[in-house]
Design a protein around this ligand. Structure first.
Ligand SMILES: [Zn+2]
Length: 354
């Protein structure tokens, strides 16, 4: 190789590096998710399009709050279960309440992932394909609408973020007390950050979740999809039985601001919840009969082993089954409606961890 060729190659490399740096700078200043593209210091809204395939496509609403200064990218997602209303309303409110001028970093907000569930008032499932939208991550473009929605959310939101908070609550048929999930991945450094995130979120009951899938290509849950890609993330639950209680919405908003303080995205003191109740494991009590369900415990009640939780009658009033607590613990949620089918959950008990 002659000197002049070497010089032109070197110059080429230098110009290439300069161009790449300029590109990175542009990317750092403007943040785009789907059609929502926000310049630094601005909020933009738009949609992430789920293309049509074997069934219809649709648009997932998205907001990008691009802070005035660089920092972490936090994704907030709700409404994979489109009738868990408190979490959906909380994220809708956060879009206008978050001030880009006060933020370091970027917040991606998906207030309602499962639009058909919300519109048709169908709990748990996407009525278009009958699938639970928090069980098919990371998704696939070859599948039905839920698979394709999961795929575009993984590509557009999970892959562009550093952390994720997936918001849920008691569905229409679930009377739930608020709690967070802390997922233990086995990576100590990552688990320590996600543990701080649940403590900064501030809900005082925390379920320890150690049994999530470990395969990034079959991650099932949204939060697990982020966690398996090395992004410390949490799931939180507030709201119950179709209600939009102000204290549930506020808990989700305050919790988000608390995590943003911990991630240094907001300039305010970090407050960790004091003396949280850690729950591990949880026990699901499934009904052994179909009929009309009557609870005798409320959400949040502490129960002793063997205590009666409720009973099921046939449709003519004869008691055909009694539900009892298999273990002592706290009722994280209990069935909120009389409809009961054999095999379905009547309650979940969180066992207080030592
Ligand atoms: Zn949910």
């Amino acid at each position: 190789m002659t000197a002049s060729v070497l010089r032109s190659v070197t110059l080429g490399v230098v110009f290439g590096l300069l161009a790449a740096a300029a590109g990175a700078q542009q990317r750092a200043d403007r943040f785009t998710v789907g059609t929502a593209s926000a310049a630094r210091g601005q909020t933009a809204t738009g949609v992430i399009s789920v293309p049509a395939g074997s069934d219809a496509g649709y648009d997932i609403p998205v907001a990008v709050v691009n802070g005035a200064r660089p920092g972490k990218v936090l994704a907030l997602a709700a409404g994979s279960h489109g009738t868990e209303y408190a979490s959906i309303v909380a994220l809708e409110r956060l879009i206008s309440e978050l001030e880009p001028a006060a933020i370091s970093g970027t917040v991606i907000i998906l207030p309602l992932m499962n639009v058909a569930s919300f519109q048709r008032i169908v709990p748990h499932l996407n009525p278009v394909d009958g699938k639970n939208m928090n069980r098919f991550f990371p998704g696939s473009m070859q599948g039905t609408q839920t698979d394709r929605a999961s795929f575009v959310i993984t590509r557009e939101v999970v892959e562009k973020s550093d952390h994720l908070i997936d918001m849920h609550g008691g569905d229409i048929d679930e009377s739930l007390r608020p709690y967070s999930y802390w997922t233990k991945t086995g990576n100590a450094a990552q688990d320590s950050i996600s543990r701080d995130m649940v403590l900064a979120f501030g809900l005082d009951h925390i379920i320890i979740s150690a049994d999530r899938p470990k395969d990034p290509n079959a991650s099932r849950y949204l939060e697990n999809t982020a966690s398996l890609r090395g992004k410390p993330s949490i799931t939180v639950e507030a709201g119950h039985a179709g209600t939009v209680e102000p204290q549930d919405v506020q808990a989700l908003i305050d919790g988000t601001l608390g995590v943003m303080a911990y991630l240094r995205m907001l300039d305010r003191p970090v407050k960790f919840v004091e003396r949280p109740v850690w729950l591990d494991p949880t026990a699901t009590v499934a009904s052994e009969a179909s009929g009309i369900f009557y609870p005798v415990v409320a959400r949040g009640t502490y129960v002793a082993q063997g205590m009666k939780l409720g009973y099921v009658t046939d449709y003519l009033g004869k008691t055909i089954w009694e539900a009892r607590a298999p273990q002592a613990g706290v009722i994280t949620y209990v069935r909120a409606v009389p409809s009961m089918t054999r095999g379905e959950a009547i309650a979940v008990i969180g066992v207080v961890a030592r």
